[in-house]
Design a protein around this ligand. Structure first.
Ligand code: AMP
Length: 181
């Protein structure tokens, strides 16, 4: 968890490799769906491109199917999910017999987020990475996703990691902070 530009995708990928667990990025799955000319693809694309969230109901269905796949038997790291308190509740219901859910929260200052997003704009070809849409995504994050951090904090399942600096140093801090899990 963390705002757009916090390094979620990169760190989730590294962690999945390190722990040999599945990396489940709802953003990547949705971008894939939106490229297809299916009815679902046509529904999803304008929502992503506008920096809005797709419905909790759709995300719930996607996650439910995904975690049944064989590569998930040893565990998984979600990247970009749960993004609303409702999604967090859905996840609790889905995983009722799996006790160890932890939220890894990457904290980064707004200045650093903005500067990373500026850099990403030049490097990746994401249609939701224009300046206006990036700012919109930050606003949506603050309104809908930031409360998810408190949801897990109140459950005692939150690990905060300083997400500033380079990929390697963030990864070292992250690994240290979860070495007991
Ligand atoms: P991301 O790659 O995680 O930044 O996600 C890109 C976009 O996909 C987001 O801006 C949303 O439009 C959509 N998205 C990804 N994950 C979710 C989610 N859990 N709930 C709702 N929308 C999502």
């Amino acid at each position: 968890m963390g705002p757009p530009g916090a390094g979620k995708g990169t760190q989730a990928m590294l962690l999945a490799k390190d722990r040999e667990i599945a990396h489940i990025s709802t953003g990547a799955m949705l971008r894939e769906v939106s490229k297809q000319g299916t009815e679902l693809g046509r529904l999803v694309k304008p929502i992503i491109d506008a920096g809005e969230y797709v419905t909790d109901e759709l995300i719930g269905r996607i996650i439910q199917e995904r975690i049944k796949q064989p590569d998930c038997v040893n565990g998984f790291i979600f990247d970009g999910f749960p993004r609303t308190v409702e999604q967090a509740r859905m996840l609790s219901n889905m995983l009722e017999d799996i006790p160890s859910v932890m939220l890894l929260y990457l904290t980064v200052t707004r200045e650093e987020v903005i500067s990373r997003l500026e850099k990403r704009r030049g490097e990746q070809n994401r249609e939701d990475d224009s300046v206006e849409i990036q700012l919109k995504r930050l606003r949506v994050y603050k309104e809908k996703t930031a409360p998810v951090v408190d949801y897990y904090r109140n459950k005692g399942c939150l690990i905060e990691i300083d997400g500033s600096g380079g990929i390697g140093s963030v990864n070292e801090r992250l690994k240290k902070s979860i070495s007991h899990i």
